[in-house]
Write a protein that binds this ligand. Structure first.
Ligand code: FES
Length: 577
C-alpha cells in the first residue's frame, strides 16, 4: 500500500472542526459523555456498528466485543463511538429474519452516512446480521472492517458432537421415526447451545463469517475462532487498531470488494461446503458495490472446487474443530496452491490474500482435507436451469444424496407452507420415495421474505420405512444447517407467475444435476392453459411488508430492494442547525 493520503479535512471534521455555532453544537453535546476537547482534534472517528441484542442470542456477547474494538481504536489514536443498529435474530423473528435484511441494511447505511464517522467496524454474527451490515456499509463506502462474533463451542450430547440446526432436523426426524424419545429430544436442547456465539455448524452464520474473510473485508482467522476464546477478543482489538490505519490510508470497501474478491469467496464457499444462503447474500453485496456478479458465476467458479472442510451439515465436525485444525487461512492456502484463488486480492490487512495465508498450517487433515482427499470432489453449489427455473435455482451437492442427483419423479404439490403442514402427515397423501415434493409461494414476494422452509421434512410413514432423502423443490431458502436433495431459490418464484406456480399434482419432473437441468415435463400448450387460469396472490395491504413486496427483486438477483442497488457514497450536504 502507498503512504497515507493528506489527512485533512477528515470527514468527521466537517462536524467537529472549527469555531462556528454548528461545531459548538456538535462538540458540546458529545462532551456530556466526558470526552476531552482533544477527542475532536482531527483524529480518526471510528463508528462501532453493533448488532447486539438479547433477542439475537447469537450476538448477545457483543457489548464486550465492542469494548475490545474500542480499546484497539484508542491504542491507535482514534476516537471510537459505538452505535446500535437493527439486529436480526434468526431463531425468533417472524415470519423470517430475511424479510428484514434489506431494512436493516438501510438502517446501517443511513446511520453511517448521517454521522461524523471516518470509518466503521461492523460487529455481526447471526445469519442476516453479516450481509445486512455489509450491504449497508458498502453503499456508503467509508473505510470498513468486519468482526464476527464467532461460533459457539461444540454441542455435545451423550458423548457425541451435535451441531446447531443440523441435529434439530436429525433429532426431530428420529422422534417421528420412533428412534428417539421426546424426553431425550428435550435434553438435547441445552447440550446444543452451551456458550455465547452463533451456530457452530457450517450454516449460514459460519459461511458468511468465512465469506467476509475470503472477501478480504475481515482479518485473517475471523471465521472460526470460538466466541468465548480469548483470541476472539484479541482479534477484535487488532481490528480496532487496523480500522484506524485503513482511515489513514483511505482504504475503502470499493478497493477490496472487487470482482476477484467475489470469485475467491465463491470458491471458498465450495471448499467449506457453505450455505446456499451465501448465493443471495453475495449477489446482493456485489450489486451494492457495482460488481457485476450472476448466478452463472457461482456455477462457473464453483464447479471444480472440492469441498475440503469436513463440517456438519455436509460432514462430521464443528467450527471449534475447524479452528483448531487451521481454520479458513489453511483452506485458502490450499486453494491458492491449487491455483483456484486470486492471490493478489487486497484485504483490510493492507497485504494481499497470498501474504495473509502464507503461514497457515494444518493440524488435523480429517477436519480440513488435503486437495487429493476431499470430502466431495465437486463441492461448488450447482445452478440449475430449465423450463421450471428459467432464471435459475440452486442445489448444494455436498448436502444431497448421490443417488438422487439424476431423478425423475411425480410431483406432490403444496401450495404454501401451511398447506404442507396441514397435509404432510395425512395418511391419504399419495407419496412415496420416488415422489418430488414441490412447495410454492415461499419466495421473496410470496412468503414474503423467502423463508427457510425449502428442506421440507419427509412424512413419518416414509421415515419409518427407512427413507432418508427425497427430491424437494421450492422458491424458498433452506437453513445452512440443513441437508438433503433440495432444490432452492427457483426463479422466477411462484408468486410472480413463474412456471413453479403452474406445477400440478402428478406432473413429471426431471432433475439432472450433472447436466444442471430442472424440467417440468408438461407440454407448452398445457402450461399456457394453466397460466391463463393463474391469479397472482394479493400483496400485503400496508406497512413495511407492502414496501418490500412492491420492490424486492428475485433470488437470482440477490433479493435486495430495487431502490437500494448501488453505492450512494458518504456525502451529506445539509446540516439542520
Ligand atoms: Fe444465529 Fe444460527 S441462529 S447463527
Amino acid at each position: 500500500m502507498t503512504d497515507p493520503k493528506p489527512p485533512s479535512p477528515r470527514r468527521s471534521q466537517l462536524w467537529f472542526g472549527g469555531t462556528t455555532k454548528d461545531a459548538f453544537i456538535h462538540r458540546s453535546w458529545m462532551k456530556n459523555q466526558g470526552l476531552p476537547a482533544d477527542s475532536f482534534d482531527g483524529r480518526p472517528v471510528i463508528g462501532i456498528c453493533n448488532t447486539w441484542s438479547e433477542l439475537t442470542p447469537c450476538n448477545h456477547h457483543f457489548r464486550e466485543l465492542a469494548q475490545r474494538v474500542k480499546q484497539g481504536v484508542l491504542q491507535a489514536g482514534g476516537l471510537a463511538l459505538e452505535f446500535p443498529v437493527s439486529s436480526l435474530g434468526e431463531t425468533l423473528m417472524r415470519p423470517t429474519a430475511m424479510l428484514f435484511r434489506n431494512l436493516a441494511s438501510m438502517d446501517v447505511e443511513e446511520a453511517i452516512r448521517a454521522n461524523p464517522l471516518d470509518g466503521v467496524v461492523l460487529l455481526a454474527g447471526c445469519d442476516k446480521t453479516t450481509p445486512s451490515t455489509l450491504m449497508g456499509a458498502a453503499s456508503v463506502n467509508l473505510p470498513t472492517l468486519m468482526v464476527s462474533g464467532g461460533p459457539m463451542l461444540n454441542g455435545v450430547f451423550r458423548g457425541e458432537r451435535i451441531g446447531s440446526g443440523t441435529h434439530v432436523w436429525k433429532f426431530s426426524e428420529a422422534v417421528k421415526a420412533g428412534e428417539m424419545t421426546s424426553a431425550q429430544f428435550m435434553q438435547a436442547e441445552s447440550c446444543m447451545s452451551r456458550s455465547a456465539g452463533h451456530c457452530m455448524t457450517m450454516g449460514t452464520a459460519s459461511t458468511m463469517a468465512s465469506m467476509i474473510e475470503a472477501l478480504g473485508i475481515a482479518l485473517p482467522g475471523n471465521a472460526a475462532i470460538p466466541a468465548v476464546d480469548s483470541r476472539r477478543y484479541e482479534l477484535a482489538q487488532r481490528a480496532g487498531r487496523q480500522i484506524v490505519e485503513l482511515v489513514k490510508h483511505d482504504v475503502r470497501p470499493s478497493a477490496i470488494l472487487t470482482r476477484e474478491a467475489f470469485e475467491n469467496a465463491i470458491r471458498v464457499c465450495g471448499a467449506i461446503g457453505g450455505s446456499t444462503d451465501a448465493v443471495v447474500h453475495l449477489l446482493a453485496i456485489a450489486v451494492r458495490v457495482g460488481v457485476p456478479l450472476t448466478l452463472a458465476d457461482w456455477d462457473r467458479c464453483g464447479r471444480d472446487v472440492p469441498t475440503l472442510v469436513n463440517l456438519m451439515p455436509s460432514g462430521e465436525y464443528l467450527m471449534e474443530d475447524f479452528y483448531y485444525a487451521g481454520g479458513l487461512p489453511l483452506v485458502m492456502k490450499r486453494l491458492l496452491d491449487a491455483g483456484l484463488l486470486h492471490g493478489d486480492a487486497p484485504s483490510v490487512t493492507m497485504a494481499t490474500l497470498r501474504d495473509n495465508v502464507a503461514d497457515a498450517e494444518c493440524f488435523n487433515d480429517q477436519v480440513i482435507r488435503p486437495l487429493d482427499k476431499p470430502l466431495v470432489e465437486q463441492g461448488g453449489l450447482a445452478v440449475l436451469r430449465g423450463n421450471l427455473a428459467p432464471d435459475g435455482a440452486v442445489l448444494k451437492p455436498s448436502a444431497a444424496s448421490a443417488a438422487l442427483m439424476r431423478h425423475v419423479g411425480r410431483a406432490v404439490v403444496f401450495e404454501s407452507i401451511e398447506d404442507y403442514k396441514a397435509r404432510i402427515e395425512d395418511p391419504a397423501l399419495v407419496i412415496d420415495a420416488t415422489s418430488v415434493m414441490v412447495l410454492k409461494n415461499c419466495g421473496p414476494r410470496g412468503y414474503p421474505g423467502m423463508a427457510e422452509v425449502g428442506n421440507m421434512g419427509l412424512p413419518a410413514k416414509l421415515l419409518r420405512d427407512g427413507v432418508t432423502d427425497m427430491v424437494r423443490i421450492s422458491d424458498a431458502r433452506m437453513s445452512g444447517t440443513a441437508y438433503g436433495t433440495v432444490v432452492l431459490h427457483v426463479a422466477p418464484e411462484a408468486a410472480v407467475g413463474g412456471v413453479l406456480a403452474l406445477v400440478r399434482e402428478g406432473d413429471e419432473i426431471e432433475l439432472d444435476v450433472p447436466a444442471r437441468r430442472l424440467e417440468l415435463r408438461v407440454a407448452p400448450d398445457e402450461l399456457a392453459r394453466r397460466r391463463a387460469q393463474w391469479q397472482a396472490p394479493e400483496p400485503p395491504a400496508s406497512g413495511y411488508a407492502r414496501l418490500y413486496v412492491d420492490h424486492v427483486q428475485q433470488a437470482s438477483e440477490g433479493a435486495d430492494l430495487d431502490f437500494l442497488r448501488g453505492c450512494r457514497g458518504d456525502f451529506v450536504a445539509r446540516d439542520s442547525h
